[in-house]
Design a binder for this molecule. Structure first.
Ligand SMILES: Cc1cc2nc3c(=O)[nH]c(=O)nc-3n(C[C@H](O)[C@H](O)[C@H](O)COP(=O)(O)OP(=O)(O)OC[C@H]3O[C@@H](n4cnc5c(N)ncnc54)[C@H](O)[C@@H]3O)c2cc1C
Length: 405
């Protein structure tokens, strides 16, 4: 009788082998997407290892906003391609991901902010991304609940409107990629921590784990907030500082706002989920830390700021608050590729507060690079060597709700 109600496992439980062609450290959205696209290229003797449960890092804590309205000639095409892949992902993985394209509004409250948004809209259009600057009247028509009264200390003067932006269910993306990779033969091993990386001269030969040594043809680190600690196991120094990022949700309300709004001046963003909860987030904690505990001062700050935009939330209860780790780079752009001077060690990190939306294209490009040995053009600007060569990307539209100052 019990069997009748038991769901089929979404991925298998397999004994850990002593060798794989590729070991991916980190079963977040990036590690699993890379495994999935490797499988599509026929590379399936692959293990994805995680010290915790699948997607339990930043991926489980993401507010999963998707958009492509970036600023740089390197960032816009990259995120544009990711948004395209997200559009077809539910069908590709045969899994409902609750992707809602409700549109994204980046609000400008000062002359200089509006100048920056106008510049972004022009760069977006040059790269084929649907985004345009709109004024208060049109904003009010599209988001009636937004307080656009002039005369406040930060009035809404304009918005960068990006209709294809939206939100997706973060867990569903992680599970969909895990199931897709598993179906092609990839093994997923939660609760298997990598505690050492073994090298022979300049070649990586495998990883030491809490369940013993495993040899590998290639090792990929997709460990986001823990990237520096994992790279250090191979004596690689990354230009990454880990900061916590927090968010919270209100009790469910009837449909109230059908858009994602973000304000760089107020350091806050918000949207309503299909379940009715309003999700509210902002910028990273200003101090580096590996703590995944939320704080009262951030709840108070974000609440005060969101009420300036959505005053109707005044008497609404907060249900949950949480924090996750963000691997911040000095130029707000990711790092993808091989580590110079070290054979068969690949990294995908620097995903900061913006990495969920990048997973499909990053996973696809990482898989292609491991398979062909060549770096796909789309990710060439994001090499680790750019820091040595002085070719920083400066993607200031990565974290518009609050960069580190
Ligand atoms: C509150 C919050 C809101 C966010 N909102 C957005 C958003 O709206 N849009 C967006 O695009 N991005 C957002 N982000 C960022 C995004 O969630 C991350 O960039 C993305 O999920 C990173 O995915 P990942 O797979 O690289 O890392 P993770 O999901 O963190 O996975 C890394 C995994 O590595 C494992 N690991 C670490 N060390 C080891 C080890 N030694 N051995 C084995 N396993 C190890 C960890 O357990 C973890 O599961 C947000 C992040 C947070 C915290």
């Amino acid at each position: 009788m019990l069997q009748l109600f038991q769901k089929k496992r979404m991925w298998r439980k397999s004994p850990l082998k002593r060798h794989y062609d590729v070991i991916i450290v980190g079963a977040g959205v990036h590690g699993l997407a890379t495994a999935y696209y490797l499988g599509k290229l026929g590379i399936t003797n692959v293990a994805v290892l995680d010290k915790g449960y699948i997607g339990g890092g930043a991926s489980a804590r993401s507010t999963a906003i998707l958009r492509a309205n970036y600023l740089t000639s390197q960032g816009i095409p990259f995120f544009r391609e990711s948004l395209k892949l997200y559009g077809d992902l539910a069908q590709e993985l045969d899994y409902n991901m609750l992707f809602t394209r409700s549109g994204r509004f980046d609000l400008g409250h000062t002359e200089s902010a509006v100048f920056g948004l106008r510049m972004r809209s022009q760069f977006n259009q040059m790269h084929g991304v649907d985004s345009r600057l709109i004024g208060p009247d049109e904003i009010k028509k599209l988001i009636p609940v937004l307080d656009i009264r002039q005369g406040k200390h930060l009035p809404v003067m304009a918005a960068l409107y990006h209709p294809p932006g939206g939100v997706i269910r973060h867990d569903a993306v992680v599970w969909g990629y895990a199931r897709g990779a598993d179906r092609m033969g990839t093994e997923i091993h939660p609760f298997t921590e990598v505690i050492g990386i073994k090298k022979n001269d300049n070649k990586i030969i495998g990883v030491e784990t809490t369940h013993g040594f495993i040899s590998a043809g290639s090792v990929v680190s997709a460990t986001a907030g823990w990237s520096s600690t994992v790279a250090a196991l191979a004596d690689v120094n990354l230009p990454i500082v880990t900061h916590p990022l927090q968010a919270f949700v209100t009790e469910p309300l009837k449909p109230y706002i059908d858009a994602t709004i973000s304000s760089a001046n107020l350091h806050v963003y918000a949207y309503q989920t299909d379940r009715g909860e309003v999700v509210i987030g902002g910028g990273v904690n200003h101090y580096p830390s590996y703590s995944q505990r939320s704080t009262l001062d951030m709840l108070e700050t974000l609440s005060g700021h969101v009420l300036e935009l959505l005053p109707a939330l005044r008497d609404v209860n907060v249900m949950r608050q949480w924090a996750g780790l963000c691997d911040m780079t000095p130029d707000y752009a990711p790092i993808m590729g091989k580590v110079d001077g070290l054979d068969d060690f690949f990294i995908s990190c620097g995903w900061g507060t913006w990495g969920f939306k990048a997973a499909p294209i990053a996973g696809k490009c990482m898989a292609e690079m491991i398979f062909t040995g060549r770096v796909p053009e789309l990710i060439q600007p994001f090499s680790l060597s750019r820091f040595r060569e002085g070719k920083l990307v400066n993607e200031r539209a990565s974290a518009p709700a609050g960069a580190i100052h």
